[in-house]
Ligand binder design. Structure first.
Ligand code: HEC
Length: 116
C-alpha cells in the first residue's frame, strides 16, 4: 500500500515536470497565422505602429498597413521576414519556423485581397 502511494506520488511529480514542456511544444506547433501576426508583427504593422508609419512614407494611402494592402504576395513577405528590410529586423527560424512563416505569408496575402 505504502509503496503504491509513493509510486503514485512519483508519477505525479514526473507528470508535473513533463506536462508544461509538452503543452508548450504543442502550443508552438499550433500557433495560427493570426496569433503569430499578433505576437510578432502587429506592434509594428497595425495602425499607428512604427512599421506602418515608415511604410506610409513610400506607400499610397491605405497601403501602409499590411493587412489593408490590396496585394501582398507571399514571396515578398517570406523574403522580407527572413532578410529584414530597412529598419525591420530579420526573424530567425527559431522565432518563426519555415512552416509558420509560409502560413503567415499566405494568410496575410488573403487578408490583403482587394476589397470592394
Ligand atoms: C520592429 C518593428 C517591426 C516588426 C516587429 C515587423 N516589421 Fe515588418 N517592417 C517594419 C518596417 C520599419 C518596415 C519598412 C522598412 C523600410 O522600408 O525601411 C517593414 C516592412 C515590412 C514589409 C515590406 C512591405 C513593403 O511593401 O516593402 C513586410 C512584408 C513586412 N514588414 C512584414 C512583416 C511581418 C510579416 C512581420 C512579423 C513576422 C513584421 N513585418 C514584423 C518594421 C517591423
Amino acid at each position: 500500500m505504502r509503496r503504491s502511494v509513493l509510486g503514485l506520488m512519483g508519477l505525479a511529480v514526473i507528470l508535473a515536470i513533463a506536462m508544461p514542456a509538452a503543452v508548450r511544444s504543442s502550443e508552438r506547433a499550433e500557433r495560427s497565422p493570426q496569433e503569430l501576426f499578433a505576437a510578432r508583427c502587429a506592434y509594428c504593422h497595425e495602425a499607428g505602429g512604427w512599421g506602418t508609419r515608415v511604410l506610409a512614407r513610400r506607400m499610397p494611402e491605405g497601403e501602409a498597413q499590411l493587412r489593408q494592402r490590396t496585394s501582398l504576395p507571399p514571396a515578398l513577405t517570406t523574403l522580407v521576414v527572413r532578410r529584414g528590410i530597412g529598419a525591420m529586423p530579420p526573424f530567425t527560424p527559431t522565432e518563426l519556423s519555415d512552416e509558420e512563416l509560409q502560413a503567415l505569408a499566405q494568410w496575410l496575402a488573403e487578408e490583403a485581397r482587394p476589397r470592394r
